[in-house]
Design a protein around this ligand. Structure first.
Ligand SMILES: Cc1cc2nc3c(=O)[nH]c(=O)nc-3n(C[C@H](O)[C@H](O)[C@H](O)COP(=O)(O)OP(=O)(O)OC[C@H]3O[C@@H](n4cnc5c(N)ncnc54)[C@H](O)[C@@H]3O)c2cc1C
Length: 457
């Protein structure tokens, strides 16, 4: 009798796991449960579809349910898994269209339910017109509101990268947009000096930034809709629509109820092969925790890049192969208005928390040779361990074409290189692409000098 794999969640992690396992073991029955209306979509593309940069929602879908079915998967759309019995090896499901309920037995189970937007426990948070954005259906609902024509003023609560990307999308649509954030600079994953550059870029686009001020309540009108965000300092920001951009937390409720252990960070604990601590149960994507290769801490990093890799690793292992997910180093990139920002490794605060002693160096340069048409400013910041000079972190901010330079530094960090070694790298150069000393090399030189000066002192 053929074995059965059940997958909960049909996007990046779940879709990858299901496809890989089926490809490697064609005799495997694979049942994929997805409560939404789409499979294998790019949530990352939602802001660009809302802005109109991407024309059609369907362009965000990499693989439709029909395409998955053609590859041999049994895809159950609009069907939510509502319980897992790990002793019996069954999941309980409910069809959200018909209300029908049933059970499905499994030999292997992949838990890939993603994450859920954080909702601060303030009055009015559940009012109509308050949106979190996580899955494609959220994006569809948000866009329908914006298309209705009744929204003129948008308040985004939380200045994380998703909040800012949605803020920009709304601004491109001609709406008045305000972003409120408790921190002094937006996108808290960057150091404050880089955050200040991001803040300036946001303001340049006529997006109002209210910083060092959190949300205290959402004022709700008699019609049950949000009509203003009230901040802790007492400001009242009128809003026809509120978007939550406070970050996400792993969607682990079902796992907890089923006794699948979580790790210290709140994500599901998995080993390198994406096995949970319950035999036959695997997990991947935003709902799991990963090992940070520099801090050695367990962390939840909700990024599509990891979800796809982890799903693939789970699928290969379930399919009889051998694959591991070796951890993360905190690489991320975003475009906020006309400014790109990227980071890798540890920020100053993270390096501090991990117990590293370090020096920093930042340089301002240009993306092409200074005399070349189209050269724009770029800032590269590096964090290097004292004495050893090991590169611990880097942040890059600038205009078009600037931020992808971070990838070279991610490779350097992954391979535990020192800033001295980075300085000697054979990087490409021609005037249309870089100054003769690439900004990455200048930053490494400065960081090396800072390590030397510190060692001498
Ligand atoms: C606006 C936005 C922009 C982003 N931009 C980037 C970016 O630029 N770069 C990047 O790397 N990452 C980005 N991300 C993050 C990235 O989209 C996620 O990390 C990735 O989608 C996680 O994949 P996943 O499969 O783990 O979870 P999800 O994509 O959340 O998929 C989980 C799926 O499980 C389904 N599900 C949940 N519970 C159940 C259940 N009980 N039964 C059945 N189905 C269930 C959900 O409907 C969902 O479709 C962005 C996210 C958003 C929202």
């Amino acid at each position: 009798m053929s074995k059965r794999l059940v997958v909960i969640g049909g996007d990046a992690a779940g879709g990858s796991a299901a496809s890989q396992a089926k490809k490697r073991r064609p005799d495997l029955d694979v049942v994929l449960f997805e409560r939404g209306r789409a499979t294998s979509y790019s949530a990352c593309g939602i802001p660009y579809w809302i802005a109109g940069t991407v024309e059609r929602e369907t362009q965000l879908v990499a693989r439709t349910p029909e395409q998955h079915r053609a590859a041999g998967l049994d895809v159950r759309m609009r069907t939510e898994v509502v319980g897992i019995d790990t002793d019996e090896g069954v999941v309980h499901w409910r069809d959200l269209e018909t209300g029908t309920e049933g059970t499905e037995g499994y030999d292997d189970l992949v838990y890939a339910t993603g994450s859920v937007p954080m909702r601060p426990p303030v009055e009015g948070i559940d009012a109509q017109g308050v949106y979190g954005v996580q899955v494609l259906d959220d994006g569809v609902a948000l866009r329908a509101e914006l298309d209705s024509g009744r929204v003129q003023r948008v308040v985004v609560v939380g200045g994380g990268y998703i909040g800012l990307e949605i803020a920009e999308a709304c601004r491109i649509r001609g709406l008045e947009v305000t972003v409120v954030d408790l921190s002094a600079t937006p996108v808290g994953t960057f150091d404050p000096d880089v955050g200040a550059i991001i803040a300036e870029a946001v303001r340049c686009e006529d997006i109002e930034l209210v910083l060092s001020d959190g949300v205290a309540a959402i004022d709700v009108g008699p019609d049950g809709r949000a009509r203003a965000v009230v901040t802790r300092s007492g400001r009242e920001l009128p809003a026809d629509l509120v978007v939550l951009g406070l970050g996400v937390r792993p969607n682990v409720r079902l796992a907890q109820e089923a006794g699948i252990p979580l790790g210290t960070s709140g994500g599901i604990a998995v080993d390198q092969r994406m096995r949970t601590q319950v035999p036959g149960v695997w997990a991947a994507g935003d709902c799991v925790e990963s090992v940070h290769r520099l801090s050695k801490q367990r962390v939840v990093v909700a990024l599509g890049t990891h979800a796809n890799k982890q799903g693939r690793v789970a699928g290969i292992n379930i399919g009889g192969g051998y694959a591991t997910f070796p951890g993360v180093i905190g690489t991320a990139i975003t475009k906020i208005c006309a400014t790109e920002a990227a980071r890798t490794g540890l920020s100053e605060a993270e390096a501090e928390a991990a117990g590293y002693s370090f020096v920093t160096a930042a340089v301002d340069s240009t993306t092409k040779a200074g005399y070349f048409p189209g050269a724009t400013p770029i800032r590269v910041k590096m964090i290097a361990e004292r004495r050893s000079g090991r590169l611990l972190g880097a942040q890059v901010v600038g205009k078009e074409g600037a931020a992808k330079r971070v990838d070279a530094l991610a490779i350097a960090i992954w391979n535990e290189m020192t800033v001295d070694e980075v300085l000697s790298l054979d990087l490409s150069y021609a005037p249309p692409f870089a100054p003769v000393w690439d900004p990455v090399l200048i930053a490494a030189r400065k960081a090396f000098e800072a390590v030397e000066a510190d060692t001498r002192s």
